[in-house]
Design a protein. Structure first.
Length: 53
């Protein structure tokens, strides 16, 4: 596979799985992930700490 930075067939820093990682990081929304994680945590804590009759 040609190298994305040089166009030749040598291994470069942007070949293979790294392209997928770069794409994932470019579309990553940290604020949304944090909010989702906090929702899960608080729901679990509420369920665990709420007294049951």
């Amino acid at each position: 596979m040609p190298c994305a930075t040089t166009g030749n067939n040598e291994s470069g820093p942007w070949t293979g799985p790294r392209i997928g990682l770069v794409t994932s990081l470019a579309t990553y929304d940290g604020a949304a992930e944090l909010e989702r994680g906090l929702d899960i945590l608080l729901t679990g804590l509420t369920t665990t700490l709420t007294p049951h009759p």
